[in-house]
Design a protein around this ligand. Structure first.
Ligand SMILES: O=C(O)CCC(=O)c1ccccc1C(=O)O
Ligand SMILES: [Mg+2]
Length: 345
């Protein structure tokens, strides 16, 4: 297409007065900055984790700067390009549109406890000062129900409200047995993999069920609501394509919502916190404290005060832990492929 600066492209660079420069670019979309412009400011970081989480010991992320601030592109390495393109849309929204209007100036966050041995629970919780709610990972491959019971018991001694997340690992009978053994919790996040199984567990147990993967990785994110399969929706900005997407989805779901991170760096976290701050109703602590799981973050992490964080835009540090040239090239290529997919959406 012929590119006319200023015509209807917000990324247009004005030419000299009286001059009418036209040049050919790949078909562009009004809300999509050209890929080379994104890559111009792009950095790839590799953040070491304090504790292995979701099998991850080093979290890689690409950061780039737009007109409104920084955005993050950090789909997990095993995700395909179609799924990853949605994460890119979220990063572009943050960098070029900025956050939606906030309705509150603090957001309560939960502590996130990886599947560590019970003896390590106190040390993990120390990184979440003032948290009144903790989310505990359960059903980790290679561990037993006994490990989960012990870990949750150790957390209960230190934090009043406890929720658990099985990441879809249980079948229906195992979920029912495990929930009975673990005892009273605020809710169980994604006890089983499918919406049908969530609904089956929900009919039997009397603790609330939260859906995470069944929303963020589903063909139809509203199916959970239609199937009456959950009480609470866990919504993540990056996998769902942005802050505004999360707000729109919330209206369609008609359930209580928890905003949670996807192990975001401080840049992605800033978007998660902004989305949480923009929600009309927020009745639960949000999973936006995972910056504490990094040995270091790309900017000062959102450290909770009295369990609360405050939304802010941020600037990454100067001396970031950068990924190797090979990994950086890999992320550049991945961003190019995902950008091409967004062009067709
Ligand atoms: O919700 C939280 O407390 C933290 C976020 C979290 O658990 C998470 C982080 C990265 C990937 C998946 C998950 C998850 O909720 O399953
Ligand atoms: Mg989860």
């Amino acid at each position: 297409m012929v590119y006319q600066p200023g015509a209807n492209n917000p990324f247009a660079i004005p030419g000299k007065r009286g001059e009418m420069p036209t040049f050919v670019v790949r078909a562009s979309k009004p809300q999509l900055p050209p890929v080379d412009l994104i890559l111009e400011s792009a950095l790839v970081v590799a953040l070491p984790m304090r504790t292995r989480f979701r099998g991850i010991t080093v979290r890689e992320a690409m950061l780039f700067r737009g007109l409104k601030g920084w955005g993050e592109f950090a789909p997990f390495p095993e995700y395909d390009d179609v799924e990853s393109a949605t994460w890119l849309a979220a990063g572009i929204e943050a960098a070029w549109q900025g956050p939606p209007p906030a309705v509150r100036d603090t957001v309560e966050v939960n502590a996130t406890v990886p599947a560590v041995p019970a003896e390590q629970v106190a040390a993990v919780l120390e990184r979440f000062p003032g948290a009144r709610t903790a989310k505990v990972k359960v059903a980790e491959a290679g561990q037993s129900l006994h490990d989960d019971v012990e870990r949750v018991a150790a957390v209960r001694e230190l934090v009043p409200t406890v929720r658990i997340d099985a990441n879809g690992a249980w079948d229906v009978p195992t979920a029912i047995e495990a929930i009975a053994a673990i005892g009273d919790v605020e809710y169980v996040e994604q006890p089983c993999a499918t919406v049908k199984e969530l609904a089956a567990v929900r009919r039997v147990v009397n603790v609330p069920i939260a859906a995470d993967e069944s929303i963020r990785r589903a063909e139809d994110p509203l199916l959970v609501a239609k199937a009456d399969a959950a009480d609470i929706a866990v919504l993540k900005v990056a996998p769902l394509g942005g802050m505004r997407k999360v707000l729109a989805l919330r209206s369609g779901l008609n359930m209580d919502v928890v905003i949670s991170s996807a192990l975001d760096t401080a840049v992605g976290m800033s978007a998660g916190i902004a989305a949480a701050a923009a929600l009309p109703m927020l009745n639960h602590a949000c999973g936006l404290g995972t910056g504490a799981l990094f040995e270091r973050d790309v900017a000062p992490s959102f450290i909770p005060r009295k369990g609360m964080v405050t939304p802010r835009l941020l600037q990454p540090d100067d001396d970031l832990p950068l990924a190797s040239p090979e990994r950086t090239a890999w992320w550049h290529e991945r961003l190019r492929r995902c950008h091409a997919i967004l062009m067709t959406r």
